[in-house]
Design a protein around this ligand. Structure first.
Ligand code: BGC
Length: 249
């Protein structure tokens, strides 16, 4: 195991995944380790899982970054749309740093994925305003201008037609309502049009597990802005978290 590589941890609804990341190559420097997300996934329960996961790497000196599906300011979580409500107000940087006996920095999950796609993936080398959206349980967003992230954009919660956007257009809604690709694409068109009216981005990148089926729905969207699938797929969260850890550590 190479030492010195930061570790990225992706905290998701079903699994918590971690790997050491080689930031020169933009890829994993170790196998990916995974443990099921505890129930309830309180910060304390999750911290225990992190300690076990990180112990598997036998590296004691590397900084750690962690994705969280909520608003993150200065290491504190401020929203919990799809996670346990006890996260709200939790100083996760402090809780995890204590549990892991080293410096840990949290970052919004979509922001992590966005940073990774801009640095190593679908938006590498692109200038201007890139909006990375993740279509999963909710809708996450990352707003990145000339490589600089404006964190916590939370565009999944835009109110569109009287609805919280992610409650109409997230991939979990497509699954729950068994929407056809065409029906879902119509909802996504409404969503992305609203976002392009507000921000006039140069490029949309679409991440989340469903992005591997992007051929089914991206060609059906009727929007002005170029839109491409994410490239790093399920590695984006871990790589983005490690990037954040290395920049802050
Ligand atoms: C949360 C965001 C998160 C997104 C994707 C939304 O419900 O508010 O913080 O990035 O889901 O997980």
């Amino acid at each position: 195991m190479s030492t010195g590589h930061p570790i990225g941890i992706d905290f998701g609804g079903t699994g918590i995944k971690a790997a050491a990341v080689d930031l020169r190559a933009g890829n994993f420097a170790s196998d990916r380790e995974k443990i099921k997300t505890p129930r309830p996934a309180t910060p304390a329960a999750v911290a225990e899982v992190f300690a076990e996961l990180v112990g598997r790497f036998h590296i004691s000196d590397s900084p750690i970054g962690v994705t969280v599906p909520g608003v993150v300011r200065h290491g504190v979580v401020h929203s919990a749309a799809n996670i346990d409500p006890t996260w709200i107000g939790a100083d996760a940087d402090a809780i995890f740093s204590a549990a892991l006996s080293r410096e840990v920095h949290i970052v919004n999950d979509a922001d992590a994925a966005g940073l990774a796609e801009v640095e190593f993936g679908a938006a590498k080398g692109q200038r201007g305003l890139i909006i990375v959206t993740t279509l999963g349980t909710g809708i996450g967003s990352a707003l990145i201008h000339d490589g600089v992230l404006v964190p916590n954009s939370e565009l999944g919660h835009l109110e569109i037609g009287g609805h919280d956007a992610e409650s109409r257009a997230a991939n979990s809604v497509r699954e729950a309502e068994q929407l056809s690709w065409q029906a879902w694409a119509e909802r996504l068109t409404t969503y992305y049009r609203a976002v392009e009216r507000l921000f006039a981005p140069d490029l949309f990148v679409v991440g989340g597990g469903v992005s591997k089926q992007s051929d089914e729905f991206l060609p059906l969207l009727d929007i002005e802005t170029p839109i491409v699938p994410a490239q790093l797929r399920n590695r984006a969260g871990i790589i983005g978290a490690a990037l954040v850890a290395s920049r802050q550590g």
